[in-house]
Every structure is written in C-alpha cells, then in structure tokens.
Design a protein around this ligand. Sequence first.
Ligand code: HMG
Ligand code: MG
Length: 321
Amino acid sequence: MAKEAFTVFEVGPRDGLQNEPVAVPLEDKIAFLNGLLAAGVRNIELGAFVRPDRVPQMADTDEIYRRIESGEIRLGKARAWSLVPNRKGLERALQAGARNIALFTAATDSFARQNIGMSVKASLAEFSGIVADIRSSGKSIHVRGYVSTAFGCPFEGKVNPRKPLKVIEGMLEAGVNEISIGDTIGVATPNQVDLVIKPALRMVGKRSAQKLAGHFHDTRGTALANSLRAIELGVRTLDSSAGGLGGCPFAPGASGNLATEDLVYLLEGMGFRTGIHLHKLCETSAALLSKVFARTNRPIASRYLQSYLASASRTHSCASC
Ligand code: HMG
Ligand code: MG
C-alpha cells in the first residue's frame, strides 16, 4: 500500500536563524539552504521581509531571492516562503519575486503589538487588504497565515482557545490558503492541542485538513507530543527546524522549534512519506551547527541528530583503531 504523504515545512533558515545572536554569513546560509533542498525539503521558509534593524539576521532576504534567480540556490520543485508583516513587506516580497508569503499575527494583542506593532484586529484588517490586492492582481501567490501565541503568551499567560479560533476564522475570511497554528513559547500540552485544533479542523472542513499546520516550539520538551496529537487529529503539515534551532526575538523565553530530524524520524517510523533523506538532513544540520554553535557553545537540541552524531563518531573511532 502506498504511504500517505506528509508535509514537513522547514522553518530553520527563518525561525531557526532569526534569533541567533551572531550574524550567520550569507554563504553559510546558502550552503544550509542547498543542503536542506538536496535532502528533499519541499517547503522552506528562507527569510522575512521585516525591518532589518529589528531582525538583522533576516536583512539578506532580498539577496537570497537574487541567489535563487541566479541559480546559486537550487530550489528545484521546492516552494520558497518568506514572512511578510505589512504592505511594505509585500512590496519587497513581490519585487524580490516571492511566490509564497506568510502573513503573521497572534491570538493575543500584547504579543502582536510587541512583534508587529499592531493589535490583532488591525493586523487582520491589514492582511485582508493584502490578500485582496494579491488576488485582484491576478498573480499566483500562495498565502500562509500564522497565528502565534495560540496556547500561551509571554505577556498574557494561558490563552483561551476562543482567541486563536477567532483569528483563524478571520484569516479564512481574508482568503489565506493555509494557516499555521503556533505555540510560540512552547507551553502547550496535548490536551490544549485538542482544544484548538479540533474546532479549527471543523472550521476548515475535514477534507481541507491540509489547510492547517502545527508549529510547535520545544521550550518545555512537549513539541513532539503535541505534534503526535495533531497528527492523530488529522493534521498533515507540521513546521520544524533543522537541528531544532530557533526562537522569536520578541517572545522572551521562546526556544527552538521542533527539530526536523526528530519529526522526520517519527513520521517515517509511523509509515508516512516525507520525501526527506534523514542522513543528508543530519549532515546539513551538523555542518551549519558546527559553524553557528562553535561561536556560542550551545548543545544540539535535536535528539535524533545527537544520536546520529554519537554513532557517527563511534563508527569513526572504530574504523581508525
Ligand atoms: P513599524 O516600525 O511599526 O512600521 O514596523 P512603520 O509602518 O511604522 O514604519 C516605520 C519604518 O519602518 C519606515 O521607515 C518604514 O518604511 C519601515 P522610515 O520611513 O522610518 O525610514 N518599514 C519597513 N522596512 C522594511 N520592511 C518592512 C517595513 N515595514 C516598515 N516590512 C514591522 C512594523 C512589522 C515591520 C516591525 O515591527 C518588524 O519588522 N517586526 C519584526 C517582526 C518579526 O520578524 N518577528 C519575528 C518573526 S514572527 C515569529 O517568529 C513567530 C512565528 O514563528 C510563529 C510562532 O512561532 O508562533 C512566525
Ligand atoms: Mg516560530
């Protein structure tokens, strides 16, 4: 029997790197992107058209698109995504040639204001205008919407599920193609996943489950458990970050996303087809982390990658003895 396909949406080059304290050189990013693409990643979030002074790690997003155009980044059939916070961001994205954009807001006003300088209501109004402009231009642009702080907020604490559901409703009305539900600070537990994702799935309709994605940060070690719950409920797209890199500069305490290696291992073991080659993925993540972490001396978050590297070093020392 053919395996069911599952979409692993790689956010490492954006969510993973945006919080890094030391600049990652463009050439290292390009090698990272090409490694991820060669490993079979088909949805890759590679940048953000946000204010470069607020998120310096994303300041080279326009240049990354130029390197796609020149063929230096070998996108092949993959979809390249970038964050767009407002009309100025859209203008930059269209100029760069972006075909897939991700608008982002939150379930809570305090976080939305801190992150994008707008209330949730104002951001939804901005997004409706942006999507309407895109649709009336006739351009074929795929739009994702992020709902951050869907379970917990760094400023308001535990979030009532009614709040993210209202934002999801607003995004669907605005006409986005898909919605990613974010546990921005990694506080959710599987029972909370039920309370948001079950009604969200009812909202999009059972046959449109591909419209919903889960985006779990692993701050308290619950990202894989939450992902499993989302899978059981019918979600077939999950966001993750190579090596488990990540965090949001505007969400105090947020740490890395669910690691792509751990997610792919889980999914393939459960009989899904991700199209991602784990060995190649591990080599790519290890190469990037050896550069990034060499400067900051941090442990690797991905459990699968840790075990991969431990067995690689055992094999190496045996071969040489
Ligand atoms: P603002 O300052 O409120 O914007 O920024 P403004 O309209 O008041 O404009 C002020 C100046 O900024 C103007 O320049 C604009 O042109 C410029 P001036 O006239 O003074 O020279 N400007 C821009 N420049 C470049 N690109 C733009 C842009 N917009 C205005 N797009 C803005 C509002 C949203 C841009 C700002 O607050 C910002 O950049 N925020 C960063 C947000 C961010 O990147 N957050 C992290 C990603 S979200 C996340 O991690 C969560 C997620 O992973 C899901 C989850 O985990 O839950 C997605
Ligand atoms: Mg995130």
